[in-house]
Design a protein around this ligand. Structure first.
Ligand code: PXG
Length: 465
């Protein structure tokens, strides 16, 4: 057997990766030609690759390393738990201390009477739980016909059959026969791309009222729940107009449907409060959590439900669960992560200091000739690339061409910023310093300059007609 280490030449690691490793959301043949980037270590907000290059990770991994890299306390919590009880399940009338402690801590942190947690190992699993959970809830209440879950186009809720069906990503639905039955998608509150000449506040109301229209169309007696990310993340960090969420809340209150806030990205400090629901004043019946729950140090997620939902579910055996629901090592690491986020005031500081500073700097990017808008909420931000600022025009070239060019210039300038089509998005670790924010925005500006030049040179600064 070959021993594969960080010290092997990059080319050998790349060849082995191409030979044996299938990557998520990646065109395999393209990647094999180009050669994969090998990340070897990380500290704070900085990643290092096998060639010794450092990158400012403005994505916190995949929107998850809220605490930043290199916190040994979490490694020690894992090692302690592995020695004491590396695994036991939470099925069949058993439990263990890490699961008890983490569920209790989550209940303290989540707002209102969201006091009960069903654990999973990822956001996708948690959203799959939610599909079965809300349908079971209504069946228990004597309304088994309430089955349909309303979601939104361009939402991201995961990659499993159920969660990708909840999601509204057309390319995902095109593969593997999705969506599953009983999921209905309404339009998203994406004013910049879809609002045209409508005033943003009016547009927010219109897009919220699409929920009410869908409830009428499908029948109130058929609709089980509405699911949404407080702020769409993977869809391009789309901050809805301020009118949107109050109207959604009004509609959810008026009709008998459960509101599921998918907090997988927005949770655990990302928007400047513990939960996006607090920032946007939403009162969900169910929250999906993952990512920042453990800052990505261990795979863990869950569904947090209110006292009322839990009481209804308690009336039956919910025939659902994962081998690793409440995995003790993942729970111990998540608990340690939450302790540090709280005791070091990281979430509090994200809201009171880091987010306002980042906002001030990030919004300067709106002055760049390639940028149509810069949006930010807490520590999640986006910029829209455009060939024509005033009209918010899209590029004539295939969507994502400009975004990819910009992303490559970011990498070449030691910044990791993701592109979603022709939007660039950031979600840095909450521990990012002012100096690092300055660096982030300087490097972003430089990458935009270079992308602008390349797009011009290649004749790509043309607007779609
Ligand atoms: N809900 C939301 C809101 C998410 O952002 C999931 C659920 C699924 O979580 P898991 O743990 O199953 O991946 C997510 C995940 C991207 C990207 O490219 C975003 C996610 C995952 C992978 C890539 O922006 N979000």
């Amino acid at each position: 057997m070959t021993t594969i280490t960080n010290h092997m030449p990059t080319a050998e690691l790349q060849a082995l990766d191409a030979a044996h490793h299938l990557h998520p959301f990646t065109h395999g043949a393209d990647l094999a030609r180009k050669g994969v980037r090998v990340i070897t270590r990380a500290e704070g907000t900085t990643l290092t690759d096998s060639e010794g290059n450092d990158y400012l990770d403005a994505m916190a991994g995949l929107w998850c390393v809220n605490l930043g890299y290199g916190r040994h306390e979490l490694a020690e919590a894992a090692a302690r738990q592995m020695k004491e009880l590396p695994y036991y399940n939470t099925f069949f009338q058993t439990t263990h201390v890490p699961a008890i402690a983490l569920a209790a801590r989550i209940a303290e942190l989540t707002p209102g009477d969201l006091n009960h947690v069903f654990f999973a190992s990822s956001g996708s699993e948690a959203n799959d739980t939610n599909i079965r959970l809300v349908r079971t809830y209504w069946a228990q209440k004597g309304k088994p016909e309430k089955q349909v879950i309303i979601s939104r186009k361009n939402a991201y809720h995961g990659s499993s059959m159920g969660s990708a069906s909840l999601g509204g990503m057309a390319p995902m639905h095109a593969q593997g026969g999705l969506p599953i039955p009983g999921i209905h998608h309404i339009d998203q509150p994406h004013w910049y791309a879809e609002g045209g000449d409508t005033d943003p506040a009016e547009f927010g109301l219109q897009r919220a009222r699409a929920l009410e229209e869908a409830i009428h169309e499908l029948g109130e007696d058929k609709v089980a729940a509405f699911i949404a990310e407080p702020i769409q993340g993977a869809g391009g960090v789309i901050v809805p107009p301020e009118t949107y969420w109050p109207e959604i809340q009004r509609i959810c209150d008026k009709y008998e449907i459960l509101l599921i806030a998918d907090e997988v990205i927005c949770g655990f400090g990302r928007t400047g409060n513990w939960f996006g629901s607090q920032t946007l004043n939403i009162r969900p019946d169910i929250m999906t959590i993952a990512k920042g729950l453990s800052s990505g140090y261990q795979p863990i997620g869950g569904s947090v439900v209110t006292d009322e939902v839990a009481a209804v579910l308690d009336g039956c055996e919910f025939a659902h669960g994962y081998t690793y629901s409440g995995h003790p090592v993942a729970c111990a690491v998540a608990l340690e992560n939450l302790r540090i986020l709280d005791e070091e005031g990281i979430v509090a500081r994200a809201g009171s200091e880091t987010a306002p500073y980042l906002k001030e700097k990030w919004e300067t990017l709106a002055d760049h000739p390639l940028v149509g808008e810069a949006r930010i909420c807490g520590l999640m931000g986006s910029i829209a690339l455009t060939p024509h600022k005033d009209s918010r025009a899209k590029f004539a070239a295939e969507a994502g061409t400009a975004g990819l060019i910009c992303r490559e210039h970011c990498f070449a300038n030691n910044l990791i910023m993701r592109h979603v089509g022709d939007r660039m998005v950031i979600s840095p670790p909450l521990v990012i310093t002012r100096g690092e924010i300055d660096t982030l925005v300087e490097r972003a500006w430089k990458a935009l300059d270079l992308a602008h030049k390349q797009l011009g040179d290649e004749g790509l600064m043309k607007a779609a007609s």
